[in-house]
Design a protein around this ligand. Sequence first.
Ligand code: PAF
Length: 277
Amino acid sequence: MKIVATRAELAAWRDACGGKTLGFVPTMGYLHEGHFSLVRESRGANDLTAVSIFVNPTQFGPTEDLARYPRDFESDRRNLEALGVDLLYAPDARDMYGEGTETWVVNRGSCDILCGRSRPGHFDGVLTVVLKLFQRTRPTRAYFGKKDYQQFVLIRRMAQDLDLPVEVLGRPTVRLPSGLALSSRNSYLTHGELEAAPALHRTLAEMRRRAHSREETRVEALTHWGRQTLEASGFKVDYLEIRAAETLSERAVAGDACVALAAAYLGKTRLIDNLEF
Ligand code: PAF
């Protein structure tokens, strides 16, 4: 596995790839099985696979966890090497942004709903860095976990709106047997919080069961029940909504092609999860 830290080295490697197809998995490191499943999928579908590790400062708010975001480069490197990744791009903020950026990618349709409402500017940072990563890596296909469902929808929309020559693919969330979605931020949870955390997935799954069985399909009633259930399990709910799976537009009635999305705090840790109906 070749490791590069600068855009010049990355460009030289990419130019030498010729006509080979390239799968790309952008990450912020502290990798887990969710990331590894994306890498395996990329390896199966492309001639070459590149991964980036960059904890992107522009997607963290001033009171968020940038400084304490978990990092373990050595373990990530070993795991990616063992998975047969061809290139690891691990730039620093100077290589990524130089003196800073005045130009941003902003989605004006769905940037202020769900996570965008609670984390103003977050998706401007995500979309901007992902566009820069796409420009530098020039991938054929790019792979994203659907645990960050809104992020995936916005990146896919960016590629469509800006005619980017890349296929953006979303892949299922990887879960522990308890149902808890794998996330680098799970490392913040105390033992007690880890025991409570699977209630997030259980609640979404029960909302889906009620909707599928037609026991309850009104979005307002389903989300009201879900919020109460999460609060009873020790969560402080940021949002719990059911929206159209493709566009994230609002829905009054839950049916096929919907997705339930939640963000909720356990102690100081904000967990997100979702379930497609
Ligand atoms: O999902 C992530 O890890 C990040 O938001 C991403 C897509 C790598 C952009 O920094």
